[in-house]
Design a protein around this ligand. Structure first.
Ligand code: IPD
Ligand code: CA
Ligand code: CA
Ligand code: CA
Length: 257
C-alpha cells in the first residue's frame, strides 16, 4: 500500500465517528428539511462531518475538502489533493430505519481517485481500497465479481427514475432479474462490489459516488453519467455504474436506443 499511514488514520476516524453515531442514534435526533420534506439533515450528519473535517485539517492542513453539509458542498476544481466526504449517506434510512446508512470518504489527487472508504455503520462493514491495490471488506480481499449481463442480475435503482421511466429506467428494470431500491448510494455500490447487483442507476452528487468509484474502478466496472459522459464532480447528475457487459447493453439497447 502506498498510503499506508493515511489508510490507518482514516480507519481510526471512521471507527470513532461510527461509535459516536451508534451511541447517539438512540437519543432524540435534531432533524431538519433541506430542499423539501424528503430531503433531511440531522445534527449527527453535521457533527460527523465536522469531526472528519477537524481530523483532516489537523493531519493534512494543506488539503482541500468537498463535503455534503454546511458550506463545504462546492469546490472550483479537483486540483491537488481533495477529500470528498458524505458524513451520512442515506440520511432518510438513518432517521427512519436506524440502519442501511454509510459514512463515505474518498481521497483524490488531481482528479484521480486514490482511496475510497464506504462504511456500513450498523453492520460494522468497511469496504475500502487504494488505487491499484484491490478492494477489501474489513480485512478480507474481495474477489473479482463476474462480468454478468443485465438479464443475469439485480439492479439498484432510484425509485423516481424507475417510476417515471427516466432514461428507460423502467424498461431496464424489466430486462434485469429485478430492481432493488435501498435509499443509500453506498449500500448500492457495496452490492455491486460484492457481485450481488449488476449495476446501479440514480441521480447523485459527487460525495455520493466519489468513494465508490475508486472501489468499482479496481474491478474494471463501467461508470459515467447516464449519457455516457465522464462524471462532472461539480453537480448532481444522472449516474450509471454496472458490469461492463450490462453497461454496454443498457447504453445500446435502452438509453441511446
Ligand atoms: C442520498 C442517498 C440516496 C440517493 C440520493 C442521495 P444522502 O444521499 O444516497 O440513496 O438516491 O440521491 O442524495 O442525502 O442521504 O446523503
Ligand atoms: Ca443529503
Ligand atoms: Ca449521499
Ligand atoms: Ca449525506
Amino acid at each position: 500500500m502506498t498510503n499506508e499511514k493515511m489508510i490507518i488514520e482514516i480507519k481510526e476516524w471512521l471507527k470513532e465517528a461510527a461509535d459516536y453515531i451508534r451511541v447517539n442514534l438512540t437519543n432524540e435526533l435534531d432533524v431538519s428539511q433541506k430542499s423539501g420534506r424528503t430531503d433531511l439533515v440531522t445534527n449527527i450528519d453535521e457533527e460527523t462531518q465536522l469531526f472528519l473535517i477537524k481530523k483532516i485539517n489537523q493531519h493534512y492542513p494543506n488539503d482541500r475538502i468537498l463535503a455534503e453539509e454546511k458550506g463545504f458542498n462546492s469546490l472550483d476544481s479537483l486540483n491537488g489533493r481533495v477529500w470528498i466526504i458524505d458524513p451520512i449517506d442515506g440520511t432518510m434510512n438513518f432517521v427512519m430505519e436506524h440502519e442501511n446508512f454509510c459514512i463515505m470518504i474518498a481521497v483524490y489527487q488531481d482528479g484521480v481517485g486514490q482511496l475510497g472508504f464506504i462504511y456500513d455503520v450498523m453492520k460494522d462493514e468497511l469496504y475500502w481500497g487504494e488505487k491499484d491495490h484491490g478492494v477489501f471488506q474489513n480485512d478480507r480481499r474481495l474477489p473479482q465479481p463476474k462480468d454478468a449481463a443485465l438479464s443475469e442480475g439485480l439492479i439498484g435503482m432510484n425509485a423516481y427514475m424507475y417510476r417515471k421511466n427516466i432514461y428507460s429506467a423502467g424498461e431496464i428494470g424489466h430486462a434485469s432479474m429485478g430492481i432493488r431500491v435501498s435509499g443509500c448510494a453506498g449500500v448500492e455500490l457495496i452490492a455491486i462490489l460484492k457481485g450481488n447487483h449488476i449495476g446501479y442507476i440514480s441521480n447523485l452528487s459527487p460525495w455520493d459516488y466519489a468513494a465508490g468509484l475508486v472501489l468499482i474502478n479496481e474491478f474494471g466496472f463501467s461508470y459515467s453519467n447516464i449519457e455516457g459522459n465522464p462524471l462532472a464532480f461539480d453537480k448532481r447528475e444522472y449516474f450509471i455504474a454496472a458490469t461492463p457487459k450490462a453497461y454496454t447493453e443498457m447504453q445500446e439497447k435502452f438509453i441511446h436506443k
